[in-house]
Design a protein around this ligand. Structure first.
Ligand SMILES: [Mn+2]
Length: 345
């Protein structure tokens, strides 16, 4: 990927002329890429002399707790003092990382929109066309926002400014968003970037253990339960899905992030090319979708669940109960893939 000179010039113009108040915002239910890209970009902005803060709508998953600077990430939902809203109100610049619709940030979104003075810059790799930004760095073909931030740092400040904690944060984002380097959007240049992060001291076995072997016992038991009791495989379509109701989540003392990665398990079954997970929350059912090859779950998520994302990883919401959601999904699968072999006769 190449960042064009004109956008870079505009970014530099926005950041020039003395220290600025800057907010680095990422999406609801922040994942490794959201947090990793934000922490790294904030560090660069700070090194450039700016007063920069990371803010997310709700709490990040506990398996990221070990990351440098993470305790300084502002969680908008948990801030009863209004301090985060004040900081956003005073900000000169707002960077939006790893999502492209401010409307999806719920309460945090309206707080951002209330600040009409701040310029909004997007850095993202989701497919939906971005709207309402003053400057856009959107590269939907790239594996992660963290990789885009790496390329941006390379051009904007130079990689000498990338210190160990920032390199580690970017590695976490790239690793988690590529399924530990197993998805289809990997390039030789991405591995050159990763090689550079390793040169900066990134300790891969340590990070792997921290992210993938840092779960609670109840999370592992919930996974076993979800797969054994709550997974359905629609063999004729090569589709598998998992349901998790609120009562079940309570039984396993569910914490945000606990279901991270569950949706990938049906895809590990031979012949399954699309998987879904339905996670019940108080307000709606969160729908996660994954696929292999050219099965486009971005299209599926848009068409049937009012969402979107990437070709092989997308999400949406359902506002009816679990039984109705599953029925809607089954019908959607039949329509999306056409009649199965058995139905054809
Ligand atoms: Mn991402």
């Amino acid at each position: 990927m190449v960042i064009d000179q004109q956008s870079l010039d505009r970014l530099e113009a926005m950041l020039d002329g003395g220290p600025k108040k800057i907010v680095v915002v990422s999406h609801t239910n922040p994942d490794g890429d959201a947090i990793g890209s934000s922490l790294a970009w904030r560090r660069i902005l700070e090194k450039k002399g700016h007063d920069a803060r990371c803010v997310v709508p709700n709490k990040y998953p506990y398996f990221l707790d070990w990351m440098a600077d993470i305790s300084k990430v502002g969680v908008f939902k948990e801030d009863t003092s209004g301090e985060i809203a004040r900081f956003i109100g005073e900000a000169d610049l707002i960077f939006c990382l790893d999502f492209n619709l401010i409307g999806r940030l719920e309460g945090l979104g309206s707080t951002i929109e209330a600040n009409t003075r701040a310029k909004c810059v997007l850095i993202d790799h989701h497919l939906d066309p971005p709207a309402g930004f003053d400057l856009v760095f959107s590269y939907p073909q790239e594996c992660s926002t963290s990789y885009i931030v790496y390329k941006l740092i390379e051009r904007y400040s130079g990689l000498a400014m990338l210190d160990y904690p920032a390199a580690e944060a970017l590695y976490v984002g790239i690793m988690t968003d590529t399924g530990n380097f197993s998805y289809s959007n990997l390039s030789a240049d991405l591995f050159r970037a990763v090689a550079h992060l390793v040169e900066k001291g990134v300790d891969i076995p340590f990070i792997n253990t921290a992210i993938y072997n840092g779960f609670s016992e109840s999370r592992v038991r919930l996974l076993g339960y979800a797969l054994n009791d709550n997974m359905t495989v629609m063999r004729d379509y090569g589709v598998g899905f998992i349901t998790l109701r609120e009562s079940e989540l309570r039984r396993f003392r569910f914490l945000p992030g606990d279901s991270e990665g569950f949706v990938n398990y049906p895809l590990s079954i031979k012949g399954v090319r699309m998987s879904a997970m339905f996670l019940e929350t108080r307000q709606f059912i969160r729908v996660s979708l994954r696929s292999r090859g050219d099965v486009d779950v971005n299209v599926f998520a848009r068409k049937y669940f009012g969402g979107g994302g990437h070709r092989n990883a997308a999400g949406g919401k359902s506002f009816v109960d679990m039984a109705a959601t599953v029925e809607h999904f089954r019908a959607a699968v039949r329509e999306f893939f056409g009649p199965a072999e058995d139905d054809r006769k």
